[in-house]
Design a binder for this molecule. Structure first.
Ligand code: ASP
Length: 325
């Protein structure tokens, strides 16, 4: 009798897990974007969420939770119920460099999350105002050498990619710059356009309309190769100013630890189906977004990538002496 009861319980449990997976998603799914609306993380997340939601058959709602370079939104996602209805859009900053940058981080990018899928990567571009005296990165470096700390870089928050790349650039160039933190790249760009700050590194895709619209000048790229289609006549930093310098931002979707594997798989499969739309992937490539081999988008590969990045950034932060102040 006891044996039968146990069997019954196992059967019930299996059945409930089965219907759980079958029924998901039964309502809206939320993706937390830990930056202000209108910036690169937000733009990329909204674009991908729109395509994925069509495959899922339920709306994906973007919730902007900005502050502290993405760590506030990431902490919120880590504590969310692992029921398949809350996800985090993560990037190289708070999910890669975070543990090396913050002494007390309330979440662990590896232990507190399930990696769901990786987005395509985006290189960055160094931007200056329309009336800036700096026509190329070499001139900016020379000015910073002449007057240490004089040049202000706006960024999307302490630990954001715009902050990290500016710090890496300054370390490699041997200059001191002053970093000014905002709640996302969108407000940081606004102040660059307004002339309150001198320069900023922004993702190449969201910077493009500002450059093409004549509001900002692009003076250098962080990719190793030029982007003649998107940024004609803008050289990679590696060309002259900093040989070998290369940086890009990676992004991806995470779920709170313990989210059912079949939910993670279904989300990933929906993304792969969306990526089969060539018109969409060609549009992304046209904006300078780097599409990756399909295997790199997978949950396992993205989990390994996250863990490797956490280790890589420990060394980078130590070597470049990046400090949060
Ligand atoms: N991803 C950007 C950064 O870290 C921030 C943003 O999307 O607003 O620089």
């Amino acid at each position: 009798m006891k044996f039968l009861k146990t069997l019954g319980a196992i059967a019930l449990l299996a059945a409930s897990q089965f219907t759980h997976a079958q029924a998901w998603p039964a309502k809206n799914v939320t993706w937390i974007v830990p930056f202000a609306a209108g910036g690169p993380t937000d733009a990329m997340a909204r674009d991908i969420a729109d395509k994925v939601s069509r495959q899922l058959g339920q709306p994906v709602i973007i919730e902007n939770t900005p502050g502290a370079g993405g760590t506030i939104g990431a902490a919120k996602a880590a504590k969310a119920p692992a029921d398949g209805y809350t996800f985090l859009v993560g990037h190289m900053g708070y999910m890669g460099a975070g543990p090396a940058l913050y002494k007390k981080l309330s979440y662990d990018p590896v232990k507190d999350f399930e990696a769901v899928f990786r987005f395509p990567d985006t290189p960055l571009v160094m931007l200056v105002g329309k009336n800036s005296p700096y026509k190329n990165a070499g001139e900016l470096v020379a000015a910073a050498k002449a007057q240490p700390g004089k040049i202000n870089f706006s960024n999307a928050g302490v630990g954001s990619t715009s902050h990290l790349i500016a710090a890496l650039f300054a370390a490699r160039a041997g200059i001191d710059v002053t970093q000014v933190a905002y709640k996302g790249a969108a407000p940081a760009i606004n102040d660059l356009i307004g002339g309150q700050v001198d320069a900023m590194f922004d993702q190449s895709n969201t910077a493009l309309p500002q450059v093409q619209g004549g509001r900002l000048n692009a003076i250098a790229l962080t990719s190793l190769t030029a982007m003649p289609q998107q940024y004609p006549n803008v050289p990679p930093l590696a060309d002259k100013t900093l040989p070998g310098f290369e940086a890009a931002t990676w992004y991806g979707l995470y779920a709170p630890k313990g989210t059912a594997k079949d939910i993670v798989q279904k989300m990933h499969q929906s993304y792969l189906k969306a990526l089969a739309d060539k018109a969409w992937t060609e549009r992304m490539a046209g904006q300078g977004i780097h599409l990756l081999p399909e295997a790199q988008y997978a949950p396992d590969a993205f989990a390994k990538h996250t863990a490797a990045e956490v280790e890589r950034w420990r060394k980078v932060v130590r070597d470049a002496k990046i400090q949060l102040d």
